[in-house]
Design a protein around this ligand. Structure first.
Ligand code: NAD
Length: 484
């Protein structure tokens, strides 16, 4: 008898699976999309790939005269657009959705190049959801009075829309789709570090033969945003971004008869009770905080664990974190991509340092990081006191702060003890407990036994310093109409 030969050890390492980029044709320079054409901007700035620090294109940044021109174009386009039969307006919105689907691969790659997010996320989440928002609101265009309890509705008029860098195309879709369906014309300002997919969306508006001036897209920085907010001919401002800037905008719009919605920051609690399916909860915790490198307004950045299972969950989580693949955003195996900018990396590092200084225990996954680009490995803090900065301030990075609780009442109290109120997660096997806790939480969205699920039919928005106004669902129509 011969002995069974020993099998060679299997190599479980992934081979790189990079998405091809040879079909992407970016222009060397982009101007401002105003009145259906390209207007030369006052100045230009490069937009940089955060995974390589290489410039991708020169981007026109709008100055005050450009903001004036964009608002004037939107104003001039308004009478015909609002007078269009609603069904026809809906068709344009529908066409934009279809064109996003047709260009989905290109949009996903450009989103990952410009913003650093894993291609798996831009391909499977950002771009399909952006198309879904346009499809959904296309359907509402001729049913607005049903959506608003049979009341007569009129568009607000010219809307100024300002979006952040974490979901550039998706946030543009959240803003433009309901605005257009309701008969408004728009001036959209993308964020400074991620203008590219908004500019591709401008091309899509052209392809869709959207009437000139209905959508205007003007990249720029805070000064451009401030000029748009302060423009006297704007009827409504929709802002998504940080709470600090949101407060500034609220002050700047005070005393003016214009609509305002603010979708701001968060420090959301993800609460795990001892009767939860713990392995499933660990997957949800990972998705809650490491999705999009934690650059998510509703990230489950405060992890509240019931004391009896805290140690077990932390160990399971730590083991799972070690399996996350950090690196090239264009690699289809990547779970955690690049941090969006050098500035954001500095903010994350400063808060993580503060966490250590204040006495929390830090564990950071040891992983090889690319030499160039902006990176921060997944990090877990335990022994966190509720007053520590890492428990209070939005880190907006792949960093989770763990705290514990004994009773349901304590969990609710700790979760609500925040200036923010955007989202929360509840992990429990008991439906009655999930509902009771959800009702008691001051959070706009509460997920049960899951996290970071988005759908155009379901409204999203916050309480307290997370802002006001809702995006998505029938509720997302309300900020874009006057009702009588
Ligand atoms: P930010 O506030 O710095 O910038 C957001 C946008 O506002 C950018 O386009 C920026 O150019 C512009 N801006 C800056 N200063 C301005 C001013 N004075 N007037 C007008 N516009 C101005 O935020 P950020 O760092 O780009 O984004 C991250 C923040 O966005 C986080 O706090 C995050 O929680 C929040 N966010 C919230 C939601 C939500 O739905 N609640 C969604 C995504 C992001």
């Amino acid at each position: 008898m011969t002995a069974t030969p020993t099998r060679a050890a299997l190599a479980w390492e992934y081979s790189p699976a990079p998405e091809a980029t040879d079909h992407i044709r970016l222009a060397e320079r982009y101007e401002l999309f105003v009145d259906g054409g390209w207007r030369e901007a006052a100045s230009h700035q490069p937009t940089v790939n955060p995974a390589t620090e290489e410039p991708l294109a020169e981007i026109g940044w709008a100055g005050e005269a450009d903001v004036d021109a964009a608002v004037a174009a939107a104003r001039a386009a308004l009478p015909r657009w609002r007078a269009l039969p609603a069904l026809e307006r809906g068709k344009y919105v529908f066409r934009i959705a279809r064109l996003i689907q047709e260009r989905a691969r290109e949009l996903a790659i450009v989103e990952s190049l410009d913003g650093g997010k894993p291609i798996r996320e831009s391909r499977d989440v950002d771009v399909p959801l952006a198309a879904a928002h346009f499809f959904y609101y296309a359907g509402w265009a001729d049913k607005l009075s049903y959506g608003l309890a049979g009341r007569r509705v009129e568009p607000m008029g010219v809307v100024g829309q300002i979006v952040p860098w974490n979901f550039p195309l998706l946030m543009a879709a959240w803003k433009l789709a309901p605005a257009l369906a309701c008969g408004n014309t728009a001036v959209l300002k993308p964020a400074e570090t991620t203008p590219l997919t908004a500019l591709l969306l401008a091309e899509i508006c052209q392809e869709a033969e959207l009437p000139d001036g209905v959508v205007n897209i003007i990249p720029g920085d805070g000064a451009t945003g401030a000029a748009l907010v302060r423009h006297p001919d704007i009827d409504k401002i929709a802002f998504t971004g940080s709470t600090g800037v949101g407060k500034d905008i609220q002050a700047a719009t005070a005393g003016r008869d214009i609509g305002l919605t603010l979708e701001l920051g968060g420090k959301s609690a993800n609460i795990v009770f001892d009767d939860a399916a713990l392995d499933q909860a660990v997957e949800g915790i990972v998705n809650g905080i490491f999705f999009n490198q934690g650059h998510v307004c509703c990230a489950g950045s405060r992890l509240l664990l019931q004391e009896s299972v805290a140690e077990e969950v932390v160990e399971k989580l730590w083991r799972r974190m070690g399996l996350l693949r950090v690196g090239d955003p264009l690699d289809k195996n990547t779970d955690v991509g690049a941090i969006n900018s050098a500035e954001q990396l500095e903010r994350i590092e400063a808060l993580v340092d503060a966490g250590e200084r204040e006495g929390a225990t830090r564990r950071t996954v040891a992983c090889a990081l690319p030499e160039r680009g902006y990176w921060f490995p997944p990090t877990l803090f335990t022994d966190v006191a509720p007053v520590n900065r890492i428990a209070v301030e939005e880190i907006f990075g792949p960093v989770v702060s763990v705290m514990t609780f004994r009773t349901q009442a304590e969990a609710i109290e700790k979760a609500n003890s925040s200036a923010y109120g955007l989202a929360a997660g509840v992990w429990t096997d008991k439906g009655s407990r999930a509902l009771a806790v959800a009702r008691a939480l001051k959070a706009g969205v509460v997920w049960q036994n899951t996290y970071n699920q988005f759908d155009p039919t379901s409204p999203f928005g916050g309480y307290k310093e997370s802002g006001f106004g809702r995006e998505g669902g029938a509720a997302g129509l309300r900020p874009y109409v006057r009702v009588s």
